[in-house]
Design a protein around this ligand. Structure first.
Ligand code: 13P
Length: 354
């Protein structure tokens, strides 16, 4: 590759400085069940559809978001006035991404480890989506941390799954978001999260290499290296920033344009504070010690689901426009956009964005 390809240019745009990705790929049923947070208004699939319309109508969204990820059904849905939702998204100036996963299944013989479903007929779906203006797709594979888990077999199977989908995405001129996630749910320490994340990323990049997927043309979505959610000892923001950078620097090729972190169950403020601490550390490199200076060759951005979607769900007044939900969404997007520059502070959380 001598000049930047279209795919690399799109990948760079997705993680442009000051911006990130909103992982809004929650089905209507999930919104009703409160996946992002409890809402007094989104209590039926019809009202959840209004909530999605409200998101797509939010003015000024592209100031701090580059992209939005949706489930495929959004491509065929209309707002109350008949405008296709994808048209509203395009008017906002956001790149559109889709999650093709159709479900999950346990690995044969396992009751804990699972792989995504949705590979059947995927090439046809990718081709149709590309023609409709979709710019990228996301494929999540996950590892659970328990005593004796994850197994090497689960990591390798999942790494191959995400690499296969990434190769297919490139075939249809779509940027793949490659998402190996080590779940933070569990009692494990931050050291254990580090070890599993390092191993899973190694397996993922080996598989990408074997599948001929150029790192310049993907966006990596992965977890921050945090303490397990039920671990009695919780690492603070400085340690999370340091351990995450130390881990990623061991494995992720410098050719990759950027990393959009998932929030994984962290609170909104923790996710933002951790991203901000990472960007500050990466800019300074930190003290030179055994780990070396911790500069980052890639953009450190966000691809949060809950840590962007929870606030608008909880603030929503039920309106599809000029809504309290839009104010809350713009605020979280702005806070996380600032965190990608290492320019966020906790005091800004109380400021008025509008
Ligand atoms: P969270 O940020 O809520 O973890 O979701 C990100 C996501 O899209 C997982 O695939």
């Amino acid at each position: 590759m001598t000049t930047e390809s279209t795919l690399a240019a799109t990948a760079n745009r997705m993680v442009a400085p000051g911006k990130g990705i909103f992982a809004a790929d929650v089905p209507l049923k999930g919104l009703v069940r409160g996946w992002w947070g409890e809402s007094t208004h989104a209590s039926t699939e019809d009202t959840a559809a209004d909530f999605q319309e409200m998101i797509c109508r939010t003015p000024g969204l592209a100031e701090h978001l580059s992209s939005i990820i949706v489930f495929p059904d959004v491509l065929d849905r209309q707002a109350g006035d008949g405008t296709p939702l994808v048209e509203l998204i395009a008017e906002r100036g956001l790149l559109l991404g889709v999650t093709p996963t159709t479900g999950w299944q346990f690995l044969g013989g396992s009751e804990h480890e699972y792989v995504p479903r949705g590979l059947d007929g995927l090439a046809k779906r990718l081709e149709a989506w590309r023609e409709r203006g979709v710019a990228f797709i996301k494929w999540r594979v996950a590892a659970r941390v328990r005593p004796g888990l994850p197994t090497e077999r689960a990591l390798v199977t999942n790494a191959r799954s995400v690499a296969e989908v990434a190769a297919l995405a490139h075939q249809f001129d779509l940027v793949p978001i490659v998402e190996p996630e080590v779940e933070m749910k569990g009692e494990h320490t931050i050291d254990r999260q580090f070890e599993v994340t390092e191993r899973f990323l190694h397996r993922t990049f080996e598989a990408l290499y074997e599948h001929g997927v150029a790192p310049e043309e993907i966006v990596l979505k992965t977890n921050m290296v945090v303490s397990g959610s039920d671990c009695p000892e919780q690492a603070g923001a400085d340690k999370v920033a340091r351990e995450t950078l130390r881990c990623l620097r061991r494995v992720v090729p410098p050719a990759l344009p950027g990393i959009g972190f998932l929030s994984g169950g962290q609170s909104d403020l923790d996710a933002t504070a951790h991203l901000d601490a990472m960007n500050r550390l990466a800019a300074s490199g930190g003290p030179a010690d055994g780990a070396g200076r911790l500069h980052a060759p890639w953009a450190l951005s966000f691809s949060f689901g809950r840590a962007v979607g929870r606030a608008p769900v909880e603030a929503w007044d039920g309106r599809t426009d000029e809504s309290s939900g839009q104010t809350a969404l713009r605020h979280r997007a702005r806070m996380n956009g600032l965190a990608t520059l290492g320019e966020w502070s906790a005091e800004m959380e109380n400021g008025n964005d509008d």
